[in-house]
Design a protein around this ligand. Structure first.
Ligand SMILES: [Zn+2]
Length: 276
């Protein structure tokens, strides 16, 4: 599932492609992907300029000229492609927004959606989300305060969008590796030093992942060589049975709350020794 870096990568690329551009046509092939009557949706969205695109957690908000917001969540398996009809991936398209000859395709929207809301409704829909981990106001002190009220397994808490917004299975895994902390560990057993280290690893990994376009495999446009580059840089995610690049141990996969969790049993210990 796309997480904060993937959505931030999309936001950056979409800003380059469609800001200030007018939506000239709309095709809805799957009405379940929208939240209102298709005709009303088209009537409201058609001929509107996209004036801004923001990200909140794993959501993107397309701000339209006349006020409403298109709220996107790709969920599991969703992705986007921008290009002409000739470049279009050979996949089922759920929604297509046209910007003259360029098209924005929404693909793999099974649980994912593109909903139309007023700004107030959109704000209300996102009101449950925890802080943005890269926001300036999300300080170390704020993180320490938030985690001190949590118990149970670290991994489970990290996936809770009310705790911190935007982190999912891949980045919870990679941040824990970077910090040298076992994701299976109970929060009560994580020392102050480890908590501080976790906070810094979170910044490092998320920024690095954005820089390398996240881990999703599909390019955003023809010739896009950035999107997905972080996948090769993942140290433990999706690397079960492979060698740890840091110590040579075999990467382990364990299911936590039915989510695949990868770690290096040597670099991430119950009680941390030293990591070179
Ligand atoms: Zn290792």
């Amino acid at each position: 599932m796309p997480e904060l870096p993937e959505m931030e990568n999309y936001r950056i690329l979409l800003n380059q492609k469609i800001i200030g551009q007018t939506i000239t046509d709309i095709q809805i092939n799957r009405e379940k992907s929208i939240n209102i009557n298709a005709d009303l949706f088209k009537k409201t969205v058609l001929n509107q300029k996209v004036v801004n695109i923001h990200r909140r957690g794993k959501h993107l908000l397309f701000q339209l000229q006349n006020g409403p917001i298109l709220l996107l969540h790709l969920m599991l398996g969703g992705w986007m492609f921008f290009g002409t009809e000739d470049d279009k991936p050979k996949r089922t398209i759920q929604i297509r927004l046209s910007f003259d000859k360029s098209q924005l395709y929404f693909i793999g929207l099974r649980l994912g959606y593109l909903h139309l809301y007023s700004p107030a409704e959109a704000e209300q829909k996102l009101s449950h989300l925890g802080p943005e981990p890269l926001a300036a106001e999300f300080t170390l002190q704020e993180f320490l305060k938030r985690i001190s009220s949590r118990h149970g397994r670290l991994k489970t808490t990290l996936l809770d969008q009310k705790f911190i917004a935007g982190i999912g299975n891949c980045y919870s895994t990679e941040i824990c590796f970077h910090a040298g902390i076992l994701p299976t560990k109970d929060i009560d057993d994580i020392s102050e030093t480890e908590r501080v280290r976790f906070y810094h690893s979170m910044q490092v990994i998320l920024l690095e992942a954005i820089k390398y376009g996240g881990y999703l495999e599909n390019p955003f446009f023809k010739g896009d060589t950035l999107t997905g580059s972080f996948y090769e840089l993942c140290q433990v995610y999706d690397r079960e049975g492979e060698k740890c690049r840091r110590c040579g141990s075999t990467i382990v996969m364990e299911l936590i709350s039915s989510r695949k969790t990868f770690y290096c049993p040597n670099c991430q210990k119950k009680t941390r020794s030293s990591i070179s």
